[in-house]
Design a protein around this ligand. Structure first.
Ligand code: SER
Length: 320
């Protein structure tokens, strides 16, 4: 039987594409999109939508009951750079939303939960290259602290109450359909927009800042694969490392220059540099491969090709 899905935070960077992909797979009415505000025209016209404040437990529960929801994808969160500006708000938002959903799953009101973690669970003391699944985790950012705490809660609810919660430590995600907001890896999206609109980009991370990244199509495929895997195959209930490729701003610059030879990047690092410096350069995601067959597909030049082609169309439509 097809699951009845609620996507919370459906209008964000991941939510927009995940909702569209889930609707394609299971049918438009099987997937309820929800967010505190409305999203893009494409998302809003693709199926049912509920305005929902994920911090309001009663409202979330009412929505779950109304639509007889079986699976929840909880994507509402404050990202790393914004969280540094509003630490208390980030803690409250990122933790209360997760705890509401885990409690609903414990009380058997929902059957399955997806919750995203992040490379931000790692910190300065973590081995930076090919970062293992299990290693030192001393995050120095508010966002990382919320994600590491969340991972511990997920595993706890699985062990104690048999809650079927599944999670991925997403790296930076590159996409063109919906913008990221308030993250440290956002530069890897902005750079493509600016390459097309201005022919130059001012990077807030400096040359040589290697970070793990993934194209959104790969991230969505990983998410759906993880959620469809038989329960016994999910041996990690905190969160799986998800690697992909390891890139620095100048690598994207060079990749774009293959299409736009005059494209230039100026480097002006700001407070986000320290956040990026505390994160891994590349991730070892062999556990995800072993347990449920994960493999990324898009390399940097594939991503550049996709981004430039799709953004050219998107940006020209906006101007008209
Ligand atoms: N992309 C996120 C951020 O930069 C990391 O998970 O905050």
């Amino acid at each position: 039987m097809n699951p009845k899905i609620l996507v919370i935070g459906a209008c964000g960077q991941i939510g927009t594409e995940l909702t569209l992909a889930l609707r394609k797979l299971y049918g438009r009415d099987q997937v309820i999109a929800s967010d505190i505000k409305e999203g893009s025209g494409t998302l809003m016209s693709s199926g049912p939508f509920e305005t929902l404040n994920a911090m309001d437990k009663l409202a979330v529960e009412a929505c779950v009951e109304k639509h007889r929801v079986s699976d929840v994808y909880l994507l509402a969160a404050m990202l790393s750079a914004t969280s540094e500006k509003f630490p208390q708000k980030a803690w409250e938002l990122n933790m209360s939303t997760l705890s509401h959903i885990l409690e609903l799953a414990r009380d058997k009101k929902i059957q399955k939960v997806f919750w995203p973690s992040s490379i931000a669970v790692f910190g300065d003391t973590t081995p930076k290259e090919n970062t293992p699944q299990t290693t030192i985790k001393e995050p120095t950012t508010v966002y990382g602290i919320t994600k590491l705490s969340g991972e511990r809660w997920c595993e706890y609810f699985y062990k104690k109450y048999d809650v079927d919660v599944r999670s991925l430590r997403y790296p930076g995600l590159i996409s063109w359909k919906a913008n990221p907001g308030g993250g440290t890896t956002d530069y890897a999206v902005e750079i493509y927009y600016k390459a097309i609109s201005d022919g130059k980009y001012t990077s807030f991370l400096q040359k040589g800042t290697l970070l793990p990244m993934l194209y959104m199509d790969d991230a969505i495929r990983a998410t759906i694969k993880l959620m469809q895997a038989p329960k016994e195959q999910i041996r990690i209930r905190s969160s799986y490392n998800l690697g992909g490729i390891s890139i620095a701003p100048e690598n994207i610059e060079a990749s774009i220059q293959k299409h736009l030879p005059d494209f230039k990047v100026v480097y002006q690092p700001d407070f986000r540099q320290a956040i990026a410096d505390s994160w891994p350069e590349g991730m070892n995601d062999s556990k995800a491969t072993e347990d449920w067959g994960w493999q990324h597909r898009f390399e940097l030049d594939d991503i550049t090709q996709e981004m430039l082609t799709n953004l050219k169309v998107k940006l020209s439509e906006k101007v008209e």
